[in-house]
Design a protein around this ligand. Structure first.
Ligand code: URA
Length: 475
């Protein structure tokens, strides 16, 4: 039996070196025992094996899967990977045989790890350490797999100008604005528990929680209970669920309000100088987190929060509006106010299920002016639409819809990249650069404003027709 001693639980390089030697020396998977002892001494008896270093290539798909599988918490991962590597010598197409139990297991494990990385990006919450010399933030996080090192570069890009540490039971990551370092796992007691940011996250979560859309099952799928203890806002969930009915009717009656200054101030502080130039988002969770802290234009200053799109990651049809309105700005979701009601009704009449659409906006922050206590909508400037296309383009790349419907002139500008006259261009499809088909139609707020009743009914009927047409194209 050959015993391999790896330096750490995620020692992919060590596994690769050892696996190469073992395969070169013809050691069968049944004769290899994989252990982690922290020493990094590859073998108990290295000498005769070292001479047998083999030169062979492996398919890229295998390396991609293996890099993920190594981060899985299962104890079988190193042996499983070696078994695959061993079999690849005689079965070069092995990785394409989805029904093969070893391949299926490895792909499942790789998928679970990718999911854990996404969850970490979405659910890490930093807390400020009050007594630190410099402003410093710490987060405690527990993941199902060993993904701290894989996820850390994302936090470096997002919080480049903050000192932060992410503590996990397996591994801790630290960023001092220059260097990213890792230390062994931490005790939960090392994470500060009470602080001002906790309030911030609670406020944020309570304001984005839309009781009208409450789906406890879906909520738990997205935010499994395992993560709740990392999240200050999770304490609100039972209370919010209980109060959902009351809040639904309160929301319907809600009048325009002033921006939540406290939330805005906290978000400013948290994200000051954050760099967004590199690292375009590759998942919708990253879009949600990034939009809220976007500083690509000045609209964030007076908005409560950034509002990203909403809907399945693989929706066939994407609907693009102009920008969040007053209620969307408070709720953190697109099209939940009066324009959203018109859209919902038209979608229902067109037989298009909203749950299957990805609904977003050209501009992600609410542009408005204050008149007394009222926040009055203002059309976004072209420069703001251009700045925000970075997010819309990311959403388009991730969702890859077959059809994109632009509601109104601002959305058409963002989607097509040039001014479009809605009255002339509506009712037909055109090709977009990303291979999606484009359809433009009226904005629901325009329909609400048409003064003449007959004209209004005609425009609304055309709007329903356009939605029906777009849905048939997407089928
Ligand atoms: N108008 C829009 O364009 N988008 C919304 O989300 C709400 C109103």
């Amino acid at each position: 039996m050959q015993v391999v001693r790896l330096a750490s639980e995620t020692d992919f390089d060590g596994w690769r070196r050892a696996a190469r030697l073992l395969r070169g020396a013809d050691v069968s998977p049944d004769d290899a025992l994989w252990t982690v002892d922290g020493g990094g001494d590859l073998f108990g008896q290295t000498t005769e094996l070292a001479a047998a270093a083999a030169s062979f290539t492996v398919p890229r798909e295998f390396v991609e899967v293996a890099e993920r599988v190594v981060l899985h918490s299962s104890g079988e991962r190193f042996a499983l990977l070696y078994r695959l590597l061993w079999r690849l010598a005689n079965e070069p197409n092995l990785m394409h045989i989805a029904s093969d139990p070893d391949v299926a297991r490895a792909r499942d494990m790789a998928g679970a790890v990718s999911k854990a990385i996404h969850k970490m990006k979405a659910f890490v919450r930093f807390r400020q350490i009050e007594d630190a010399d410099e402003e410093t933030y710490v987060a405690w996080f527990e993941s199902a797999h060993r993904v701290t090192e894989a996820a850390a570069p994302f936090f470096v890009r997002r919080y480049a100008n903050m000192n932060w540490s992410i503590l996990t039971p397996d591994r801790c990551a630290h960023w001092d604005k220059v260097l990213l370092t890792f230390t062994p796992g931490a005790d939960p007691a090392d994470a500060p528990s009470e602080d001002a940011l906790e309030d911030y996250w609670r406020t944020y979560y309570a304001s984005t929680f839309n009781p009208a859309r409450l789906k406890v099952g879906a909520m738990q799928r997205e935010m499994p209970k395992r993560y709740w203890r990392n999240l200050p806002e999770a304490g609100l969930i039972p209370e919010l669920v209980k109060a959902a009915e009351d809040r639904t009717s309160a929301m319907v009656r809600q009048t325009p309000s002033e921006p939540n200054r406290r939330v805005v101030r906290q978000a400013q502080r948290l994200s000051r100088d954050a760099s967004f130039e590199e690292g375009a988002p590759t998942s919708l969770e990253e879009v949600v987190a990034g939009v809220d802290f976007c500083r690509r234009c000045d609209l964030w200053r007076d908005a409560t929060q950034g509002v990203a799109g909403e809907g399945p990651a693989k929706a066939r049809l994407m609907i693009v509006g102009e920008q969040p309105g007053d209620q969307e700005d408070l709720a953190g979701q697109p099209f939940v106010g009066p324009a959203g009601k018109v859209l919902d009704q038209a979608l229902a009449e067109a037989g298009v299920p909203r749950t299957e659409l990805y609904v977003t906006n050209a501009v992600k922050h609410f542009r408005h002016e204050l008149r007394g206590k009222r926040r009055i909508h203002q059309t976004p400037k072209t420069s703001e639409v251009t700045a925000c296309r970075w997010w819309l383009d990311a959403e388009r790349r991730i969702v890859r819809p077959r059809v994109i419907v632009a509601l109104g002139a601002t959305a058409a500008l963002a989607v097509c990249g040039k001014p479009t006259q809605i009255g002339k261009a509506r009712g037909q499809a055109f090709q977009l650069a990303d291979q999606a088909q484009g359809v433009v139609t009226y904005h629901p707020s325009f329909l609400l404003r048409v003064p003449d009743a007959q004209e209004k009914a005609r425009a609304y009927a055309a709007f329903v027709e356009d939605l029906k047409f777009a849905w048939s194209l997407a089928a």
